[in-house]
Design a protein around this ligand. Structure first.
Ligand code: F6R
Length: 363
């Protein structure tokens, strides 16, 4: 049942404020502490994290790497499951292996988990289907509570994965004494503010739709992001190519001049995901490099970022202001909605894109 929406994907995007609230309620106590299901995780017994997943779940891991490293000061390795499993990497002692999978049945991710059995100190999974193989074979399975996801392109599962991973990073930071109590409390209230923030973000859908009609004309689209926004750029490009069939690639903004800038001309839109944060000035100079080559910049930022970017930006998408820590979760919305509206403008089969399956149970 699409609940009045044209596609399951639209319904699932719109559901995000509600399901994120459910996710939060399941982990955040009224005392402001983050509670994990039994048997929990002893983060003082862990020195490093190995995160493994595929596709969108892999981008959730890439995002979480910034959180675990910056907030909890835990070194993190992230890999796609199909590479990890055959590379047979050494797993040092005191390693927590963390697998992220919406379905819990992805063949490569399951094989990577089995490879870690008997090697990692603890095997934890972040899943949407509690009775799935990956959940069953983990020492601890953390449900994301997204509800059934029907659209082949993952949307609400991604933001719920991010939310659980952020809570896990905060819990690790607290257990390891890596975070001040007031900073921890600020981050927890940022999490509590997420559902309302997502509602405000979804309210900007019409602006994204107008931009998407223009993107639908393009043959190639680049996405740029820096820091924690880099994985979001990757997610935006993946979402766009899988449902609109437009060729899209993402780069870390700082990599632009190491090659991809050669692709830029007046036919190439460049979507820049960049709230005004500590790295914004660097992103502005990357945008200027694009505009100097007549590339069409679509800037996704907050009001302050958009004001600072000045003239020459082709399309501006203003997102609500938000605490930096939750920005990747909010900015998942423009990644999803730009792809969705572009696909609708092109008339593709949004919920059942060609050649794709919801759950990849063969390698
Ligand atoms: C993209 C998408 C896929 C999945 C990937 C992993 O929109 O849905 O990239 O994220 O196939 O699937 P799960 O999370 O079920 O392991």
């Amino acid at each position: 049942d699409k609940a009045g929406h044209k596609h399951f994907m639209a319904k699932e995007i719109a559901e995000q404020p509600g399901v994120l609230n459910t996710t939060l309620v399941n982990y955040l106590g009224t005392d402001g502490e983050i509670t994990l299901p039994d048997p929990g995780i002893d983060f003082t017994a862990i020195d490093r994290l190995t995160m493994v997943a595929c596709g969108t779940a892999y981008y959730a891991c890439l995002t979480a790497k910034y959180w675990f490293e910056q907030v909890a000061r835990l070194p993190v390795e992230v890999d796609v499951a199909s590479e990890f499993r055959y590379r047979e990497p050494p797993i040092p002692g005191r390693t927590l292996a963390l697998f992220v999978s919406q379905s819990g049945e992805t063949a490569d991710t399951l094989a990577a988990l089995r490879y870690c059995e008997g090697k990692a100190d603890k095997i934890v999974s972040v899943i949407n289907v509690p009775e799935s193989s990956i959940a069953r074979e983990s020492d601890l399975a953390l449900p994301i509570h997204a509800g059934v996801e029907v659209g082949v392109a993952s949307t609400k599962a991604f933001t719920c994965q991010l939310t659980v991973l952020l809570m896990l990073a905060l819990r690790a930071a607290r257990d390891r004494g890596a975070i001040d109590a007031d900073v921890f409390a600020d981050h927890v209230s940022a999490l509590r503010g997420l559902p309302a923030l997502m509602t405000h973000g979804i309210d900007r859908s019409a602006v994204m739709q107008a931009t998407a009609r223009k993107l639908a004309e393009a043959r190639d689209i680049l996405f740029l992001g820096r820091g924690v926004m880099y994985p979001l750029a990757l997610e935006g490009a993946l979402k766009l190519k899988e449902i609109s069939y437009i060729h899209a690639e993402a780069y870390a903004s700082g990599e632009l001049k190491h090659g991809p800038i050669a692709l830029i001309d007046k036919h190439v839109p460049v979507v820049v995901m960049a709230p005004k944060d500590g790295l914004f000035d660097k992103t502005v100079s990357n945008m200027q490099e694009v505009m100097a080559r007549k590339g069409k910049v679509v800037l996704v930022s907050n009001a302050a970022g958009i004001a600072e970017a000045g003239d020459g930006v082709w399309e501006k998408i203003a997102m609500p202001d938000c605490p930096d820590i939750v920005a990747p979760i909010l900015y998942a919305l423009p990644a999803q909605l730009l792809a969705y509206h572009t696909a609708v403008a092109k008339g593709t089969d949004v919920d059942q894109p060609r050649n794709l399956a919801k759950s990849v149970t063969v390698e």
